[in-house]
Design a protein around this ligand. Structure first.
Ligand code: IPE
Ligand code: IPE
Ligand code: MG
Length: 306
């Protein structure tokens, strides 16, 4: 089989030359249309993959993903999608994809910590994911329990506070216990908050907040006129946290799938083609570079500073 040259980090031209010298046809694909900023000479390869034995696809990002992005979101939220497709492409059971996805969570937590992200929210099991075959759901639940136990010490060492957001009473008791323990043991950590969204659904969250406000109003504890956006926000699972500045979804689908519906009203959205287990530091940097170039106007005419 043809040896594929390691082209990550090369300019598009250098990489194309290296591949054709190795006897490979080259297909160039850009992660997103180049925006303002460095010229085409700065376009770099962030990943390569074989499309056939003699054709390589080079995924190109502009600008280079290796320097620090200009702006770091205070709150970064990620829809971690594509584990199943990752496994399928390798002829592996979906469970292997979920395992690789769990490993990726560890890396992304580390990168975000390094970058100074204050809040990282990761969508890992939705209220709709119960529709999957029972053995896949069971595998996912076991993975959550397993990694909660395995990762606690390292999270405490690195100062990451874990908060688990979702309908926890709908989880199997062993999972509930494991996530309760990890939340408790990391409660004093203050470098970064990592929200794990488990059995989470944006609509269910809003309904629960409304129900709680209606109860208070019916009992006379609050006046209905006190129900405003702030009050509703205080009843959401993210109460006290800033809204996500940037929502990334991996694996190419362009939808929110019931993720942080209220909170993402003014979030910037970045859709990455890469499957979650393949999501690399460069992919994160690319998303942050993209975010850095957005103009957030919040309905006004001027871009607001962050
Ligand atoms: C994301 O990966 C993990 C969960 C939703 C639990 P998927 O399992 O949805 O992977 P795809 O979308 O089928 O590739
Ligand atoms: C969204 O992915 C939920 C998580 C990543 C946990 P899904 O794979 O469940 O989303 P759909 O079904 O493609 O919308
Ligand atoms: Mg999916």
């Amino acid at each position: 089989m043809t040896q594929v040259p390691d082209t990550v980090g090369m300019t598009a031209q250098e990489a194309a030359l290296a591949c054709s010298n190795a006897g490979l046809q080259v297909v160039l694909r850009h992660t997103a249309p180049p925006r303002s900023g460095p010229g085409p000479g700065e376009a770099r390869v962030i990943r390569s993959q074989l499309l056939s034995p003699d054709t390589v696809e080079l995924l190109i990002a502009t600008p280079t993903a290796e320097r620090l992005p200009r702006l770091i979101p205070r709150h970064l939220a990620i829809i971690c999608d594509g584990n199943g497709r990752w496994a399928g492409a390798r002829g592996l059971p979906r469970e292997k994809g979920h395992r690789a996805g769990t490993d990726k969570i560890r890396s992304v937590v580390e990168w975000c910590l390094e970058l100074g992200v204050e809040y990282l929210s990761l969508y890992i099991f939705s209220t709709e994911n119960w529709r999957r075959p029972p053995d896949e759901v069971e595998g996912l639940m076991n993975l959550i329990t397993e990694s909660a136990a395995k990762d606690t010490a390292e999270l405490v060492r690195s100062g990451v506070r874990i908060r688990v957001l979702g309908q926890l009473d709908g989880l199997p008791p062993a999972v509930r216990e494991a996530v309760g323990r990890i939340s408790e043991l990391t409660a004093q950590c203050s470098k970064m908050v990592c929200n794990l969204l488990v059995n989470y659904g944006g609509r269910a969250e809003i309904v629960a907040a409304c129900r709680s406000l209606v109860r208070q109003a019916c009992s006379g504890a609050i006046d209905p006129s006190a129900v405003d956006e702030e009050a509703l926000g205080r009843h959401l699972l993210t109460a006290g946290m800033p809204d996500p500045d940037l929502v990334i979804r991996t694996a190419g689908d362009v939808r929110l799938s019931n993720f942080l519906l209220w909170q993402s009203a003014y979030s910037e959205l970045h859709f990455a083609p890469v499957l979650w287990p393949d999501f690399s530091r460069s992919d994160l940097f690319w998303a942050l570079d993209d975010y850095s170039q957005r103009q957030r106007r919040f309905g006004g005419l001027q871009a607001e500073g962050r």
